[in-house]
Design a protein around this ligand. Sequence first.
Ligand code: AHG
Ligand code: MN
Ligand code: MN
Length: 332
Amino acid sequence: MTKQYKTLGEFIIENQDSFKYSSGELSRLLNGLRLAAKVVNHEVNKAGLVDILGEAGDTNIQGENQQKLDVLANEKFIQTLKKREIVCGIASEEEDDFISINSFDNNNQNKYVVLIDPLDGSSNIDVNVSVGTIFSIYRRVTPVGSPVTIDDFLQPGTKQIAAGYIVYGTSTMLVYTTGDGVNGFTLNPALGTFYLSHPNMKFPETGNIYSVNEGNYVHFPQGVKDYIKYCQKEEDDRPYTSRYIGSLVSDFHRNMIKGGIYMYPTSSKAPDGKLRLLYECNPMAFIAEQADGLASDGKQRIMEINPKELHQRVPFFCGSKKMVEKAKEFMK
Ligand code: AHG
Ligand code: MN
Ligand code: MN
């Protein structure tokens, strides 16, 4: 007998009552993201077939404007979220400033802000390697009905009400949390339906994978260098194996399933690290903690950092609890 998997749509409805704010609203928002994910998935999958690759601003053979996939993904997510009468503001890696959304149909009663990295791992697009999307959702802090301000976006990660990612991999998955564990859904492309394939995902407490761009090794702080040497040492359950895709979403996803640590440290080249706090690190940190993992900037819990700017960068150490704790010891 074949197993019956629950669909994402069913799961959202079944779980909406456990959500402490207005449950119907969050369901609508998640449904919007689900739809945008399918649209972007379609675009990612055909990327090799049509003239979708290349720099934004180029024209293709028909003289149409070509768009880079990250610009296109940005547009698709923003379009879909704008329509739902639920989101009052969006911040995106692809937009210098946040976008304020006026919803005349409901007198600007929208309460949520969404922060997105529409296409993560963009250097992998042209070479057919997994990419992703990351999203983070907050309730606004300024009064409902007034225009959103930067304060609505500069909230610490602990205030997130939901976060998730989509990985466009060998299969496409949507993984998210509303603060009640982490669940993963796999897209059946023939039906366009996400099915609950990975309920209650957890990071193994420890693992044997470390993920870091070792090309930057000489530029890393001494503590990070020492930790990498520790990972490579022949002792106990080591040496660990090294795996680095260069798409945070994909590296994180693999590590959550198999057990591992992801690191993007500061370096003399990137003194604040590379990854962005608000739409890369915070959502991944929320998912990691909900899956029994940890996320730190080396000293502090990622989600407790008080953001100062929309595109702020932070060093990022995330993954299996024991591995992140060990890495932190080296960085003291
Ligand atoms: P993005 O494509 O959204 O700019 O993010 C890329 C990020 C992240 O996904 C990845 O882990 C990291 O940059 C890779 O950076 P390096 O190429 O410097 O290793
Ligand atoms: Mn990214
Ligand atoms: Mn991106």
